[in-house]
Structures are given as structure tokens and as C-alpha cells.
Design a protein around this ligand. Structure first.
Ligand SMILES: Cc1cc2nc3c(=O)[nH]c(=O)nc-3n(C[C@H](O)[C@H](O)[C@H](O)COP(=O)(O)O)c2cc1C
Length: 165
């Protein structure tokens, strides 16, 4: 049997969501029987979604929504794969300044449209950036939060490997 493929799609402007996605990738790769692909939202195409067996979507929350380029990814890929990825497992991770809940809700609605199956609660990491200077500065996600992301990736890959989902 071909190895299962976990596709991790992310966008990041100031590095937070990228570090989260990389930590999740590291965790997922501890599951040797699953192939983990890490792609940016910009480069991800419908065929990448079709070729995968499960997904992890990682996005900043910007203006109380998922980041624009993450939305562009969903906009480009939504109809080409609609009805062809139903039932596949997914999880979401949000990098936010102080909230993240609206981005999580929006992403869940898109995933519901695709009839994907949420296999974890959205993981939200808050950077506590408040001022414009802090918000625009390159982020450094703390070790504890990166470990949560790593565990999320590992759990998703393990579930796929065991056929739990
Ligand atoms: C234009 C803009 C709007 C933002 N809006 C929100 C918001 O609505 N809620 C929130 O919690 N954080 C908000 N933030 C903070 C980002 O979520 C935070 O900086 C996060 O680290 C971005 O992820 P990134 O480092 O991967 O780019 C905003 C940041 C920018 C640049």
C-alpha cells in the first residue's frame, strides 16, 4: 500500500505561522509511515490536495479573518476539488496577535463545505503583539507553543498511519 500523505499548507507574513507549520511538520515526520509535505499557500494547487490523504492548514488571523493569501488558496482550490476529498481528516492552527477565533471559525466553515472531518480542536497561538511595531516585527514562537504544534502534527500523522480517521 502506498504511504499516506499529510499535506501541510501555510501562509505567514512575519514568521509565526511558518514556525508553527515547521514544528508540526517535524512532529508529523516522526511518523515514518506517513509522507508529510509542507507547502506555502501560494504554491499549493488543487492536485496537491487531491494527492493527499489528510491536511493541516496553518494561517495567521488578519483583520479577524484568515490571511488573504490563505483565502486565495481556498478560493483557487475550492471548486476544483469539491466532492473529491470528502471525509478526509484535517486540523487547523492559527497564529494570532490576541484572538484567532474568527479565523478558526472561517476556516472550519470552508472545511465543512469540503466535507472534511475535523480531528482536533483548532490550535491557536497568540503572539501578544499589540502595537503596530510589534505586529510588523518578525515573530519568535516560544518553545512551549512550538511543542504544542509539534504534538498536533505528530497526532495527525499517527492517526492517519493507524487508520483511525
Ligand atoms: C493587518 C493585520 C491585521 C491583524 N489582525 C488581527 C486580528 O484580527 N486578530 C488577531 O488576533 N491578530 C491580528 N493580527 C496579528 C497577527 O495575527 C500576528 O501578528 C501573527 O503573528 C501573524 O502571523 P505571522 O507571523 O505568521 O504573519 C493582525 C496583523 C496584521 C498585520
Amino acid at each position: 500500500m502506498d504511504p499516506k500523505i499529510l499535506l501541510i499548507v501555510y501562509h505567514s507574513m512575519t514568521g509565526g505561522a511558518r514556525q508553527m507549520a515547521e514544528a508540526a511538520t517535524q512532529g508529523a515526520r516522526s511518523e515514518a509511515s506517513v509522507t508529510t509535505r509542507l507547502l506555502t499557500a501560494i504554491e499549493t494547487q488543487p492536485d496537491d490536495l487531491l494527492a493527499a490523504d489528510g491536511y493541516l492548514f496553518v494561517t495567521p488571523e488578519n483583520l479577524a479573518a484568515i490571511a488573504g493569501l490563505m483565502k486565495d488558496f481556498f478560493d483557487r482550490c475550492y471548486y476544483p476539488v469539491l466532492g473529491r476529498i470528502e471525509g478526509r481528516p484535517y486540523a487547523a492552527m492559527i497564529c494570532a496577535g490576541s484572538d484567532g477565533s474568527n479565523a478558526a471559525r472561517q476556516l472550519a466553515r470552508i472545511a465543512t463545505g469540503w466535507r472534511l472531518r475535523a480531528v482536533a480542536e483548532p490550535l491557536i497561538v497568540c503572539t501578544h503583539a499589540q502595537t503596530p511595531e510589534e505586529i510588523l516585527r518578525e515573530k519568535r514562537i516560544c518553545t512551549e507553543d512550538l511543542q504544542r504544534c509539534e504534538a498536533q502534527g505528530a497526532a495527525l500523522a499517527a492517526g492517519m498511519s493507524l487508520g483511525v480517521y
